[in-house]
Design a protein around this ligand. Structure first.
Ligand code: GDP
Length: 346
């Protein structure tokens, strides 16, 4: 509780400082490109903002950071609550920073909007990494739909890369569509699993398994080692049944213990092979092109929707039109047509 109070106090005083002197766009960009973490954090807060006056400024920052981005490996990490994501990120992240890497940890957690508190990317769950000067942890943006959260996270990746982070870890949890969104913004998708949690193959959401570039059985320690090895065999058999990936990569199955820090270097070796192998590199480039196209179309969709609902004619007429549709006085298609015509008038 005390630490929460402190955090809030720090946050408030930071917010006040921010209000006192709003840095210019140029100052923000310079700070980011110089790898200044405080400036990076401010810029991310700006792009997460829903205020329309921040929109232009954040777009300018993103555009100017874009040429300096793209030089990292982006790794998505997913798994059900309790599988050990935070612990794994703490161990894996520290392993990477000890190698001289700069690691940014981001989170996509659509539930944080509902619960008003982020479950993922919570700094208190990554005690070591939070003190590491080569790591930056940013909780999930809140106050947006999943589409909004995903877009903000994607923009945050650009800013982190421009600030010199060469490894981006994006954490998400096995709920709703968040996996698909994160899969659509990373180069390598890692699924954490547990051994012995019921029937190995029953518990797997096939869609998520198929997205994974590596399946890692965590908590392979103590009495659990044998079960973890068995699970490894099961999962290895299962991944062979999946449709091969376009880039020719076949998903790898590994085990680790995030608490005992075992099996960690093997995971990094697999990711390195993925990046260094010719098919892997080509795959990454091709994949990012496809992702960019997807995000362009997705952003247009989001913006058109936003513009529609923010239009004053729509605000004035939507409820009335819904009522008419509910009362059966007008068809939904006719009502939609009328509203779309009204929306043309700004
Ligand atoms: P998350 O909800 O997926 O982020 O999971 P956490 O990282 O919070 O871990 C959930 C619980 O599992 C915690 O009590 C951890 O200490 C424990 N845990 C995480 N990794 C391991 C591991 O490798 N071995 C063991 N035995 N416990 C672990």
């Amino acid at each position: 509780m005390a630490s929460k109070k402190n955090t809030d106090k720090n946050h408030n005083s930071k917010t006040k400082a921010f209000r006192k002197k709003d840095p210019s766009t140029t100052e923000l960009i310079d700070g980011i490109l110089n790898g200044d973490i405080a400036t990076l954090a401010r810029a991310i807060t700006l792009i997460e903002s829903t205020k329309s006056e921040h929109f232009q400024k954040s777009n300018d920052i993103i555009n100017q950071c874009l040429p300096h981005s793209g030089k990292s490996i982006r790794i998505g990490i997913t798994g059900v609550p309790g599988v050990g994501k935070s612990t794994f990120i703490e161990t894996f992240g520290s392993y990477l920073t000890a190698m001289g890497k700069k690691v940014a940890v981001l989170a996509v957690d659509p539930t944080s909007t509902i619960s008003k508190g982020s479950i993922l990317g919570d700094k208190t769950r990554m005690q070591e990494l939070v003190k590491d000067k080569n790591a930056y942890i940013r909780p999930s943006p809140t106050g947006h739909s999943l589409g909004g959260v995903a877009r903000k996270t994607r923009e945050t990746i650009i800013l982190c890369e421009a600030a010199g982070f060469d490894t981006i870890l994006v954490e998400t949890v096995g709920v709703g569509q968040s996996e698909t969104a994160v899969h659509g913004m990373v180069d390598f998708f890692l699924l954490l699993k547990l051994a012995g949690a019921g029937d190995e193959l029953q518990g797997i959401k096939r869609g998520i398994m198929e997205m994974a570039d590596a399946i890692v059985i965590n908590k392979a320690d103590g009495n659990n080692i044998e079960q973890a090895n068995l699970a490894k065999v099961e999962f290895s058999k299962a991944v062979h049944l999946f449709t091969p990936k376009d880039n020719g990569w076949s998903p790898k199955v590994l085990s680790c213990s995030a608490t005992q820090k075992t099996g960690i270097s093997e995971i990094w070796e697999v990711i390195k092979t993925y990046i260094d192998d010719k098919p892997g590199l080509d795959g990454i480039i091709a994949n990012r092109r496809t992702q960019n196209k997807y995000w362009l179309l997705q952003t247009i969709e989001d913006r058109l929707k936003q513009q529609f609902y923010e239009n004053k004619n729509i605000k004035n007429n939507l409820d009335k039109m819904i009522q008419l549709v509910v009362d059966g006085e007008i068809s939904p298609f006719n009502a939609a047509e009328k509203l779309l015509i009204l929306a043309k008038d700004p």
